[in-house]
Write a protein that binds this ligand. Structure first.
Ligand code: HSE
Length: 312
């Protein structure tokens, strides 16, 4: 019997991971969005409800990340039935935790469960990318890929994306600290310079290569040495009150590295499991010194990614 209704959960994510601007990200299972989709007779895509912590999102499917992803999927697959969706937002808007990507991913994963012949994740990725573009104004995959696949994910290419899940040393934990403020990804992208100094290009390339090789070879010293964004972070840090003090507190408490989650304002650190609580407390304390309230999580980097949680 065919599935009439399906719900999927997609986790939030930390984009860029300091050194992989627009191409590297990891999933954060502790937060996420849920999308429920019902098969309806009339072809097309409709949104009947947006609930949760970002209920003011547009209900016009073309203006909504989940809606746009489904429009792309509906058209590409030539579906002869319609899709009505309900969105439950668990990720704050403008937090830098990949909320728009999670909605788009949850939507395509739920819709996939309604198909007689489900599509592979790589194809779903392309549909979800169309949704992400609605909110940020650009096609980038560093949130979509980890939200869909789980764990630390490198994505190479846009038209024909190649996705690689990268192993992370087992004792690494991610500390996520979300200050209660909103930063638009679109604006945080608009301030970036269009060109990069040759010396910074070399440094950043070395850091990305070293970081990924450190992950594959369990080399924590290499990961620590390479955990520095010399291109994007210097331009964006002024957008986050207390950034320098929070980062310094994380590093002096033993973190392997600390940077901006995606476009911000959330900050994240990687650290060893036994140091994670201390790093987290110090980051919270520094935000607090500036009068900034936060939410915080300590999570493993490995995770399952988006999944169907209910079908009927
Ligand atoms: N990689 C993008 C950026 C999106 O930093 O602008 C992050 O969520």
């Amino acid at each position: 019997m065919s599935v009439r209704r399906a719900s999927a959960f997609a986790p939030g994510s930390v984009g860029n991971v300091a050194i992989g601007f627009d191409i590297l990200g990891f999933a954060v299972d502790a937060v996420g969005d849920r999308v429920s989709i019902e098969r309806v007779r009339r072809p097309g895509v409709t949104i009947s409800a947006v609930r949760g912590i970002a209920g003011e999102l547009p209900r016009d499917p073309a203006q909504n990340t989940a809606g746009r992803a489904l429009l792309a999927m509906h058209e590409a697959l030539g579906l002869d039935f319609g899709l009505n969706l309900e969105i439950d937002k668990g990720i704050p808007l403008g937090s830098g935790l990949g909320g728009s990507a999670a909605s788009a991913v949850a939507a395509v994963v739920a819709a996939n469960a309604l198909l007689g012949s489900p599509r592979p994740k790589l194809e779903l990725l392309k549909f979800a990318m169309q949704g992400e573009a609605v909110s940020s104004g650009s096609l980038h995959v560093d949130n979509i890929s980890p939200s869909l696949f789980g764990g630390l994910v490198l994505t190479v290419g846009i038209d024909h994306p190649r996705v690689k899940q990268i192993p992370v040393p087992g004792e690494v934990r991610a500390v996520i600290v979300h200050p209660h403020m909103v930063l638009s990804t679109r604006e945080a992208r608009a301030i970036l310079k269009r060109s990069v100094e040759m010396s910074d290009f070399v440094w950043q390339t070395a850091n990305l290569a070293g970081f990924i090789s450190g992950c594959y070879t369990n080399d924590l010293d290499m990961i620590r040495a390479c955990f520095e964004d010399v291109v994007i972070e210097p331009q964006r840090q002024a957008l986050i009150p207390g950034f320098a003090a929070v980062r310094a507190a994380a590093i002096s408490s033993g973190a392997l590295g600390c940077s901006i989650s995606g476009a911000g304002p959330t900050m994240f650190a990687w650290c060893l499991e036994h140091e994670a609580q201390r790093v987290c407390s110090e980051m919270i304390r520094e935000f607090g010194r500036g009068g900034v309230e936060v939410d915080h999580w300590v999570v493993p980097v490995e995770s399952q990614g988006a999944r169907v949680i209910e079908t009927a």
